[in-house]
Design a protein around this ligand. Structure first.
Ligand code: AMP
Length: 494
C-alpha cells in the first residue's frame, strides 16, 4: 500500500476540490481550503531549501501550524511536535533525542535559539498552486510523538506513513463517512495522537475542523463549540462528558452523526446520559495506545440495550481492520475467554518501535509465530463473543483527562531534585466521582524546600503532570517485603 495513494494525493485533491469551503475554524475565525493551500504552498517553497527530514514543529493553534504538517508530509518529511506550553527543558530533550536541526515556528518570537528556526507566520506567498507530493515509502516516518517515560525521560513513538495510511483505511472500514458539510471537533493538543484523526479525517473529506483554544478549560470550550456550531463529528476524551454531566440538560446536538470516545476508560453511566444529548449519533468507544496509531479497537454503543462492559466501564470492542489482538498471561500464554491478562497488539498500525531505545523495545515488543506484538500494559479480558472488556492498568501509568502519565517519571524528576538522597512516591488519588489527582510524597519531615521543589518540577514536567499537592512524611511505612507501602501512604494522605 503506497502512502501517496492514501493520504497525500487525496489531501491535494481535497484542497483543490473544496477551495471555497471552510477547512478550519480556529478561535472563532474560519479559514477556507484555499487559504490553507496557500499557507501550505508558501511553507513548502521554503522547505525546498531544507535537506533534513525530521523537523520540529512548535504546536501552536493556528493556520500556519496545521499548514506546516501538510507541507512537511508533501515534502517527504516528518514532524515532531514541540508543545509551546511545556517546559523548554523537556522540548530540548526531545530535540536532542531526535537530533532535530530545523524547527518550524509560527510564534511571534521563538524560544529555540540553537536550531535553524523557520518563522512560518512571516513567510510570504499568495499562490495556492502546488507541486506533486515528493515520493515516499510506507516505512518513512509521518510523525514522532513523545509519551511519558517511566525512566524519567519522555520516549519517542515514530509512526510511519504506512501506519497512518492503515489507520485511515481502518477508520473507513468501521463505516465512518465524512463529507464536505461535516463540522468536526479537534480538541487535542498536537502532541497527542488523537489530534491526528481530528484534523486529518475532516481535511481529507472537505469538512471543517473546529479547534479548541488551548488556553480555555477543555470541557467548557467543547461545550461552547457544540452549542455554537452544532458539530456533526466529535472525538473526545471521556472526562469531557464526565465534567459536562451537570450541564447535560442544556446540551442537545441533534446534528451530531458520530460521537467517539478514546484515551481513557469510558464510564457507562456517563455514556447513557450523553446519549440523550446526541440522539441521532452513533456512539463509539475506541481504544488504542500511541504505539498502535491513534486507535485500533472499537465498540459501538447500543442505545436502550445492555452494553458490554465490566465494573461500569464500557468495553473496547474488537480489533479494527488490519489489527490483531491477543490477551496474554504473565508467562506469555494466550488467555481463554473470561480470563484476565495483558492486551497485546499487532498489525499494520503498529509502530516500528521506540525511537533509539533498544531497552524499551526489548521490554515492550515480542513475537508470536513470527508476528511482532506490543504489550499495552492494559489488563483486559475477552468475552465469549470475542469482545474485549477493559479492567485497568498493570503498571503505574495513569490517565488524567486523557493525558498519559507515568507516575515513575514524576518520581524520577523529584528524586533528581534531592540528588537521589530522598525517597519519593507519586500517587494517584481518586475522589468519589473517580476524578484523579496526583500527590507527591517525600520521605522528609522538613518542608523547607517545598517551593524550590515545585519550581524544579515545573522545569521538567508539563502542567498536567504537576502534583496537585506535595506531602512530607518520615519515615515511609514498609510492607512485609520491605518495600515502600504505597497503599498505606495513600491512605494516610487521603
Ligand atoms: P495514549 O498512548 O496516550 O493514547 O494512551 C494509551 C492508553 O490509554 C491505553 O494503553 C489505555 O490505558 C488508555 N486508553 C485509551 N483508550 C481507552 C479506552 N477506550 N478505554 C480505556 N482505556 C483507554
Amino acid at each position: 500500500m503506497e502512502f501517496e495513494k492514501n493520504i497525500t494525493l487525496p489531501l491535494l485533491r481535497s484542497l483543490t476540490a473544496n477551495e471555497t469551503n471552510n477547512a478550519l475554524c480556529i478561535e472563532g475565525r474560519f479559514y477556507t481550503y484555499r487559504e490553507l493551500a496557500t499557507a501550505i504552498a508558501k511553507i513548502r517553497r521554503e522547505l525546498h531549501k531544507v535537506a533534513e527530514t525530521h523537523i520540529g514543529l512548535v504546536a501552536n493553534n493556528d493556520l500556519e501550524t496545521y499548514a506546516s504538517i501538510f507541507a512537511l508530509w508533501l515534502e517527504g518529511k516528518c514532524y515532531v511536535p514541540l508543545h509551546p506550553g511545556q517546559p523548554l527543558q523537556r522540548c530540548m530533550d526531545i530535540i536532542g533525542q531526535v537530533g532535530i536541526h530545523v524547527v518550524l515556528d509560527s510564534s511571534e518570537a521563538t524560544r529555540y535559539h540553537e536550531q535553524n528556526v523557520m518563522m512560518t507566520a512571516q513567510m510570504e506567498g499568495d499562490d495556492p498552486i502546488m507541486d506533486a507530493p515528493k515520493p515516499c515509502t510506507d516505512e518513512e516516518t509521518a510523525y514522532i510523538l513523545f509519551t511519558s517515560g517511566s525512566t524519567g525521560r519522555p520516549k519517542g513513538v515514530p509512526i510511519s506513513r504506512g501506519n497512518l495510511a492503515a489507520f485511515v483505511d481502518s477508520f473507513y472500514q468501521l463505516g465512518f463517512r465524512l463529507n464536505a458539510s461535516d463540522r468536526c471537533l479537534q480538541m487535542f493538543d498536537l502532541t497527542f495522537d488523537l489530534s491526528v484523526q481530528s484534523y486529518l479525517l475532516p481535511l481529507l473529506n472537505g469538512a471543517c475542523a473546529y479547534t479548541v483554544d488551548p488556553t480555555m478549560i477543555k470541557y467548557q470550550a467543547v461545550f461552547e463549540l457544540l452549542d455554537e456550531y452544532h458539530l456533526t463529528f466529535a472525538l473526545m476524551v471521556p472526562s469531557v462528558i464526565h465534567y459536562l454531566r451537570p450541564y447535560m440538560d442544556e446540551i442537545q446536538v441533534d446534528e451530531m452523526r458520530y460521537s467517539l470516545f478514546c484515551g481513557e476508560a469510558l464510564n457507562m453511566s456517563d455514556t447513557d446520559q450523553w446519549s440523550r444529548c446526541v440522539p441521532n449519533a452513533e456512539i463509539w468507544n475506541v481504544y488504542g495506545p500511541t504505539e498502535c496509531t491513534i486507535y485500533c479497537t472499537a465498540y459501538q454503543y447500543k442505545r436502550g440495550k445492555e452494553n458490554k462492559g465490566a465494573n461500569g466501564i464500557m468495553g473496547i470492542g474488537r480489533a479494527m481492520s488490519g489489527v490483531k489482538t491477543v490477551i496474554a498471561d504473565d508467562n506469555g500464554n494466550i488467555c481463554k475467554a473470561g480470563e484476565k491478562g495483558e492486551l497485546c497488539l499487532a498489525g499494520n498500525q503498529l509502530t516500528q518501535g521506540y525511537w533509539k531505545n533498544d531497552e524499551k523495545n526489548h521490554e515492550a515488543f515480542f513475537h508470536i509465530q513470527g508476528e511482532r506484538y506490543y504489550k499495552t500494559g492494559d489488563i483486559c479480558q475477552m468475552d465469549k463473543d470475542g469482545d474485549i472488556l477493559y479492567a485497568g492498568r498493570k503498571d503505574s501509568q495513569v490517565k488524567i483527562q486523557g493525558y498519559r502519565i507515568e507516575l515513575s517519571e514524576i518520581e524520577c524528576v523529584a528524586r533528581k531534585f534531592y540528588d537521589d538522597k530522598r525517597a519519593v512516591v507519586a500517587l494517584p488519588i481518586y475522589d468519589e466521582a473517580r476524578n484523579c489527582t496526583i500527590h507527591l510524597v517525600v520521605e522528609d519531615s522538613d518542608k523547607g524546600k517545598a517551593s524550590a521543589l515545585t519550581d524544579y518540577l515545573k522545569n521538567f514536567l508539563p502542567a498536567y503532570m504537576m502534583p496537585t499537592e506535595i506531602h512530607y512524611m518520615e519515615p515511609f511505612p514498609l510492607n512485609a517485603n520491605n518495600k515502600i507501602d504505597r497503599k498505606k501512604i495513600a491512605q494516610s494522605i487521603k
